[in-house]
Ligand binder design. Structure first.
Ligand SMILES: Cc1cc2nc3c(=O)[nH]c(=O)nc-3n(C[C@H](O)[C@H](O)[C@H](O)COP(=O)(O)O)c2cc1C
Length: 215
């Protein structure tokens, strides 16, 4: 597939057929993703391929309350988990196929980042740091793009990061590592390629962020 077409059409996939994905395919996906950029080329990633049914179930049990919290906030029009806002709404129990059916997702990857290998250039500022994430999320996105090249689809999720302290012993998370994502992969039941994204002139300006709009 053409690279630009791929970038414009790789939507989140949360439904998978029963078709298995071999370890060799997962290794091949990771073998492409490892060429992702990272600050200082420190390559801070670790990946655990979660196969054990009990571990998967325990992960789902940790994700579910976070999902309910998210749904509760959404139900009253709050933007959950954003800077400067706390959630002031009761959780709402909505089914989530990804979580509820985790046993049948072909591939579940837990991705961690070594905090000693990440340059947190904004760690000194009086706001939550975000720049450190730039050393790990390109890798995650490359996993999703490489998966697509193998006819797979998937989604990056962060539910479990909210429950990191409980997830850490379950997954053997090394000390001073952050649990940055859980990525689900498989053969899509449906690949959404018509993505809703804001146009360039809604976010790009000339010279300054309050400058004239580009285009
Ligand atoms: C940093 C990040 C965190 C995300 N966390 C979750 C998550 O916890 N659960 C989930 O179902 N999707 C999660 N997603 C997927 C987004 O919901 C998805 O990329 C976005 O809604 C666009 O969907 P589309 O590609 O279908 O248009 C996450 C995506 C990113 C990049």
């Amino acid at each position: 597939m053409d690279l630009l077409d791929t970038l414009r059409s790789t939507g989140a996939v949360r439904g998978f057929t029963d078709a298995p994905v071999t370890d060799a395919t997962v290794a091949s996906v990771l073998d492409a993703a490892r060429f992702a950029p990272s600050g200082g080329n420190r390559q801070p990633w670790r990946v655990a391929v979660i196969k054990d049914p009990q571990t998967r179930q325990s992960m789902a049990d940790l994700m579910r309350p976070v999902w309910y919290e998210y749904c509760g906030a959404n139900a009253v029009g709050q933007r959950p988990f954003t800077f400067g806002r706390s959630i002031d709404a009761p959780p709402v129990e909505v089914p989530n196929a990804l979580i509820d059916d985790i046993a049948h997702v072909p591939v579940v990857l837990a991705v961690a980042a070594n905090l000693h290998e990440i340059a947190i250039m904004d760690g000194n500022l009086d706001r939550p740091p975000v720049v450190g994430g730039a050393s790990i999320y390109p890798f995650c996105w490359s996993i999703l793009l490489a998966a697509r090249a193998h006819g797979l689809g998937g989604v990056l999720t962060t539910f479990l990061s909210r429950a990191e302290p409980a997830a850490a012993p379950l997954l053997g998370l090394p000390a001073d590592h952050a649990l940055v994502a859980t990525i689900f992969l498989g053969v899509p039941t449906h690949q959404n390629t018509k993505l809703r994204r804001n146009p360039v002139n809604s976010f790009a300006t000339i010279d300054r962020f309050d400058g004239d709009s580009l285009g």
